[in-house]
Design a protein around this ligand. Structure first.
Ligand SMILES: [Zn+2]
Length: 186
């Protein structure tokens, strides 16, 4: 079962943050050492783009009032992080005060606070972010995949990893680690 299928099942085919049912996609809840269902959440396009840095539509995020009570730690972590970003709003700060995370989840939530994270840079020194599309600038042997990803191959929707020099992306349907300095932001 793919990550998306497993997430869709867990989420009941709804955005795990706002319960929308259209354009659902998986999004990583960093830091990611290994791609697993339990470090991803299923979200709609509206949530995804704002998670990834688009300007926050404050009212949209009132959905966290419900979703922060999810039993899924990855959803709790994302809810906590979004409430942090919204914490200039009184209602968001109030929710944040109410949101109890167990120790492990709380550590996870704060680790992903990437304000002091070293940026991941592509071959031109451009900063890569989760969700970016990149192009390979050299041929890449995919060990275990049994194929070579050709120079010029586009990789959509990359995720960042613990290591600022590496990103993850899907090539020929296989999720692999890519060295950032061999990539170019598209
Ligand atoms: Zn949503």
């Amino acid at each position: 079962m793919s990550i998306e299928q497993a997430l869709t099942e867990r989420a009941g085919a709804k955005c795990e943050l706002c319960a929308a049912t259209d354009n659902l996609q998986s999004v990583a809840v960093p830091p990611i050492d290994q791609v697993r269902v339990d470090n991803h959440i299923l979200v709609c396009q509206t949530c995804k783009s704002q998670i990834e840095g688009a300007e926050l539509d404050t009212n949209h995020w009132r959905c966290l009032n419900d979703s922060m009570w999810s039993q899924v730690p990855a959803v709790q972590v994302m809810a906590w992080r979004m409430l942090k970003r919204l914490s200039s709003e009184t209602w968001a700060q109030d929710l944040l005060d109410m949101l109890y995370l167990d120790e492990e989840t709380s550590t996870w939530a704060q680790k992903g606070d990437d304000s002091d994270r070293e940026p991941t840079l592509d071959s031109n020194g451009a900063v890569l972010s989760a969700g970016d599309t990149v192009v390979l600038i050299k041929d890449l042997d995919v060990k275990g995949g049994g194929f070579t990803a050709k120079r010029g191959t586009a990789v959509r929707g990359i995720s960042l990893t613990d290591n600022p020099k590496h990103v993850e992306g899907r090539v020929n349907g296989v999720r692999i680690v890519l060295v950032a300095e061999y990539l170019k932001k598209a």
